[in-house]
Design a protein around this ligand. Sequence first.
Ligand code: SF4
Length: 642
Amino acid sequence: MSGGYLGRILWVDLVAGACREEEVADEIYGQFLSGIGLAVRLLGDRIPPGADPLGPENVLAFVSGLLTGTGALFSGRWMVAGKSPLTGGWGDANCGGTLSPAIKRCGYDGIFFTGVSPRPVYLLVDDGRPELRDASHLWGKDALAAEEELIREAGGHARAAVIGPAGEKLSLIAGICNDRGRIAARSGLGAVMGAKRLKGLVLKGKRRIPVHHREEVQRLSRECNKWVQFQPPFVTGTMTAYVGTLMRLLPTQMAMDGLVYKLLLKKWGTVSMNQMSVEMGDAPIMNWKGTSADWGIGKSRTVNPDAFRVLERVKYHCYSCPLGCGGICATKGPFGEVHKPEYESVLALGGLCMNSDLESIITMNELLNRAGMDTISAGGTVAFAMECYEQGILSRDDLDGLDLRWGNSAAMIALIEKMIRREGVGDLLADGAKRAAEKIGRGAGACAIHAGGQELPMHDGRNDPGFNVHYSVEATPGRHTIGAQLYYEMFRLWKRIPSLPRPPLFYRKRRKYLADEEKAVMAAACSKFMNVANGAGLCMFGLFLGAERIPSFAWLNAAAGWRKSPEEYLAIGAAIQNRKQEFNRRQGIDARSLQVPDRVLGRPPQRRGANRGRTMDLEKMRSDYWEQFGWDREKGLPKDRP
Ligand code: SF4
């Protein structure tokens, strides 16, 4: 073993109540890194075809990144992986905060749970001693209360991950929480934890993480930090909205340098993009059938970035992050001080449902965080129900008396509370829009906006077709944290890998919709690079600084003592992608079935708003992408597979 990783994982058998350590060979880290690469390498073959995601054969992995704890900046992401009950295929989710280093300080690169416990339990790892403890007294508690109690029982100075009531009640859109309501939300893995009757894990360790060339990692971090600290000229929240309007009106576009986004992120956090995204056509409105003309500046101004700055009491940073996009807000609502909502949550509970009431958005966000339910999927499911109500597919009686008109924030709060409790119509909706549509019938499927069962995030592929490609080609469909044409521009990988295409500084917008090979090369590069990032534990927002400013590959070499080239790292990313795709094949997922709905592709095109007249040829873009990995153009499978 050299550095960065510990070479050891913990297996926890929830049936026998036993823990077992296992050494992991150096070659595995060399081929798959740690984090999500390690998870897919170890779980891919272990979860049998057809395994019930909520049954004993599923395995749930909590993994840290190879760079976590080495002194590399932006390296505090932890990841959870297993078979997704929401999509039936590979599932993963990640989150920041402080849990990732805690996993490694306990001496493990990952903790893997097998089987189903006969009673509620939690895992305590205290100074190298793992044990399962009774969690009956925590069952039913929300995520904040459960985390607080676990840390208190561990004697303080510990870190914990927990599920809330949504995971316990096996909601297929449940996530896993840490750091008082932050959430690894996607893929429904909170339900897997609930099915295993695992309330949480609490970690307390002091293990020093080995680093091959610590001074070099630190030197690279100092260089990178100069770019993070560089501060913007004066800019206001209202200016961001009008920049979005300008971007909508111009026929040309400028390749985005992520330094600009960094400036916004440092000042406001992800909510910096709220109004700009609506104006430029990035944020979907009214369950993807509306436009920026339906939720214009007058309506979206309640979610202007400055509205959050007024409420923000203190900013916070994830572990090893010099940027600090998080914040705690003081509100007049029932919860007092809460996490500042993220862009995704604000738009899913805002424009997607035509809701302009900021206080209600903050309240719903906090309700969902405490319940451990994904805000993107919850917002998408409420928007689905609103459209069903509008079309008469669901009546007021069907909705337990709720008047679910667009923008009725009081009805939205009531519905979300029902979803969390699985009460009445909330039980129907607690598993997401696709499952609800299948049960409702009567044409409800046309209102369910998802890919492979997962509700889509708040980035419209009619504005940036790259989002639609990644929503449809990834083994974890419907995800916005992997790639887009915008992301490729910000990653600036051509600065380290000259063979990759460099987008022109200015280009006509219609160029984005041409399905050509260059787009496929760019999309495949995003997938490979984000697999490397998720193996390293790096935050995507840090990567937006651009490859010449954030030394991802050099950090990995310095930490692990390797001499891999950037091209070799992307080959590792490709190997991880292959493993995930292979996992889905073994689980019977047809890659073609993950396509987003026609509405999202501009079929028919919208008649007004930022994305009017836009349609994309997803089928060709998807086939071109598959070809980049050597997969069959028609089926999206490795060519030697049936
Ligand atoms: S940029 Fe934001 S999400 Fe990313 S590591 Fe920093 S504080 Fe966390």
